[in-house]
Design a binder for this molecule. Structure first.
Ligand SMILES: C[S@@+](CC[C@H](N)C(=O)[O-])C[C@H]1O[C@@H](n2cnc3c(N)ncnc32)[C@H](O)[C@@H]1O
Length: 258
């Protein structure tokens, strides 16, 4: 992947779909991410946080509004600019570096927390990107990872098409090129539909000492509907139920500790 300085259609589409109040809509989810991270790493104004794939800057903004400092790393100049503008609109000076996580030389042992939400499916050389994340984390540092899950029924990448993620990669790419135009392959395509076992193996290989998945992280008491609560409880106690829950869950979600 490369940094494209010209405006890209898919980024225009992403930005033009932004609705009034979208930040407030996402805010509870992002605050929840911070609460999950806090179970493994206390968050203070001194904590060094980085978000990879900052997009419109919602996560650094949530951090900033809580008195935390989160830097951004973003491959799209259009989105990096939008994130900085959003920060200014809220009186915050966000630091968003224009870079590709596949290439970025960010040094070693720099950050206490790395946030990677809805980004690695778009990173063509995802293993290289993850090696960079691992390298920049301090020992004891925490990575929050969320991405696609191949066998989910619906997919955030193309919600109109049930079982979209089940399609072979090549078929998905061709389909998206027809729907959105060839530019989608420059930025925006989901190069990867991940699976829990694949990611867990990769995280272990990188050297993460603790690897917690969606089921480990879930709190059945915080689930709103009773059938979901039953599934959450069963998945925590029964290995087969856990495997089924992770296979069909909407996303892959992990917190890993270096
Ligand atoms: C779907 S958006 C998610 C934005 C944000 N993390 C969120 O959850 O709202 C994916 C973001 O990752 C960025 N991105 C994709 N590939 C990247 C790469 N190789 N290096 C850095 N950023 C990348 C995209 O430009 C986009 O802003």
């Amino acid at each position: 992947m490369e940094i494209h300085s010209e405006p890209l259609l898919d980024v225009d589409r992403y930005l033009s779909n932004e609705k009034e109040g979208q930040f407030e809509y996402y805010r509870p989810f992002l605050e929840n991410c911070l609460r999950s991270i806090e179970r493994f790493k206390p968050l203070t104004p001194e904590t060094k946080i980085l978000e990879v794939g900052t997009g419109r800057g919602f996560f650094p903004l949530v951090c900033g509004l809580r008195g935390l400092r989160c830097d951004g790393l973003e491959i799209s100049p259009q989105l990096a600019k939008r994130a900085v503008e959003l920060g200014r609109e809220h009186g915050l000076d966000l630091d968003v570096r224009l870079a590709n996580i596949e290439e970025a030389d960010l040094g070693e042992n720099i950050y206490d927390v790395v946030m990677a939400s809805s980004v690695f499916e778009h990173v063509e050389r995802w293993r290289t990107g993850l090696q960079n994340v691992y390298r920049i984390l301090k020992p004891g540092g925490v990575m929050y990872f969320e991405s696609t899950n191949k066998f989910s029924i619906g997919s955030g990448e193309y919600p109109k098409f049930p079982l979209y993620g089940w399609l072979p990669d090549r078929v998905r790419y061709e389909f998206r090129k027809i729907v959105h135009g060839p530019d989608i392959m420059k930025l925006g395509i989901d190069f990867h539909q991940f699976r829990y076992p694949l990611l867990r193996r990769e995280f272990r290989k990188l050297g993460f000492r603790q690897i917690h998945d969606l089921v480990d992280l879930s709190d059945p008491d915080r689930v709103s509907t009773s059938w979901k609560k039953s599934i959450a409880n069963l998945s925590k106690t029964n290995a087969l139920a856990k495997r089924a829950a992770l296979t069909f869950a909407e996303v892959t979600r992990f917190i890993c500790v270096k």
